[in-house]
Design a protein around this ligand. Structure first.
Ligand SMILES: NC(=O)c1ccc[n+]([C@@H]2O[C@H](COP(=O)([O-])OP(=O)(O)OC[C@H]3O[C@@H](n4cnc5c(N)ncnc54)[C@H](O)[C@@H]3O)[C@@H](O)[C@H]2O)c1
Length: 351
């Protein structure tokens, strides 16, 4: 039986990847230490998801390990020599990073190096998939000409009609400390591909979402927005008139792409991974869609000051992913995804 090691396995992406590979007959080793609860407080607690995996998945083993623990990581990867590694553990928030720069960099940059070097020593031929972020582009997307529509911003430049592709420069723009620590990891993952020839790739995510997210104000756009609607918490809109655009991809489609890469890996690749234009929405549009589902008015307050370095309009150009992996496409529409998140929060709200 093939085995995959998934870091951040109690989080949104890691848990979906664990479930997907398990459904394909793989043994799954999850690494997580519930650090999300340390980063974001009780709202970020992921133990419920860890317990769900333990109860539902066949051949799943949880390893309580911090990816910053170099010796622990080297020993675990050496003992397992997995057939694939999916690295999804991270400090994932833009804004949180400024308050905890050492924790952020140690987790995102050094934690990734620990995983890469452990893989090189124990299983250099195993595909290594790294969850990167569109924040590696810093706020450069904000320099693209925009036009203002009634409920959203959109690109006013035909070169970006399909969204942002992988050739957008990544430096000389504002990244936030989070974006900078993720750039370090992203470039290192590419280098282990280019320099050592390992089958690595970086997935530069837009908004990754789904029912298993423990959404909080600082991370998890749709999950948190829907939680606020259901629990009637006041949502804060930061700048850009609420017309800022995000492309949302269900974590199941993320897991499907990762599986496609693992089955036919390439070396040192980067992909922009999001919902694309078809699954994009502004905050105002998201309010409307959720209200239509739940029948509850969204309570919100507008804050004039935009978040530092925040994208005004971002959607991913998915053409490279589709060209390299023609069997892959988006299968979960934005509307279906929202329905699943509503259902999940409604259940969690009751229990
Ligand atoms: N969700 C998004 O919108 C989004 C967008 C772009 C990129 N990404 C990237 O995708 C990856 C996964 O994101 P997610 O949304 O699933 O986040 P998440 O917070 O839901 O999951 C990450 C998991 O990693 C664990 N973790 C954190 N630090 C750890 C450490 N030091 N050791 C062990 N475990 C640790 C957390 O407890 C959590 O369960 C991250 O790299 C993130 O930067 C996410």
């Amino acid at each position: 039986m093939k085995s995959v090691l998934v870091t951040g396995s109690s989080g949104l992406v890691g848990s979906e990847v664990a479930a997907y590979f398990s459904s394909q007959g793989w043994a799954v080793h999850g690494v997580d230490n519930n650090q999300r609860a340390v980063f974001f407080g009780p709202g970020g607690d992921t133990r419920w998801n860890q317990q769900r995996l333990a109860a539902q998945l066949r051949h799943f083993q949880h390893h309580e390990l911090d990816v910053r623990d170099r010796d622990g990581v080297l020993a675990l990867v050496a003992s397992l020599a997995p057939d694939a590694i999916v690295h999804a553990a991270a400090q994932p928030s833009h804004d949180r990073a400024a308050a905890i720069p050492f924790d952020d960099f140690d987790t995102n940059a050094t934690g990734t190096l620990n995983m890469l070097e452990a893989a090189r020593r124990a299983c250099p031929g195993s595909p290594f998939v790294h969850m990167s972020t569109n924040k590696v582009y810093g706020d450069r997307p904000n320099t693209i000409a925009l036009r203002e529509l009634p409920t959203r911003w959109d690109y006013d430049d035909p070169r970006f009609a399909e969204g942002i592709a992988e050739d957008l420069p990544i430096d000389q723009s504002m990244h936030s400390l989070f974006g900078a620590s993720k750039v370090a990891a992203d470039v290192m993952v590419q280098e282990y591909g280019r320099y050592f020839g390992m089958p690595t790739c970086c997935l530069r995510g837009g908004c990754l979402t789904g029912p298993s997210h423990s959404g909080v104000e600082l991370h998890g756009f749709l999950s948190y927005l829907i939680k606020c609607n259901i629990e009637q918490i006041e949502y804060r809109v930061f700048g850009y008139k609420g017309k800022q655009v995000r492309d949302n991809i269900h974590s199941l489609d993320v897991a499907r792409f990762i599986h496609a890469f693992v089955e036919a890996p390439r070396s040192g690749e980067v992909y922009n991974l999001g919902g694309g234009k078809g699954n994009s929405c502004s905050i105002l549009e998201a309010f409307e869609m959720v209200e239509a589902r739940t029948g509850l008015a969204q309570r919100y307050v507008y804050v004039d000051q935009a978040r530092a370095g925040d994208h005004i309009c971002y959607y991913s150009d998915l053409r490279k992913m589709k060209a390299h992996y023609p069997g892959w496409d988006i299968t979960q529409s934005l509307s279906d995804t929202m329905g699943q998140i509503v259902e999940s929060w409604t259940l969690r709200h009751r229990t």
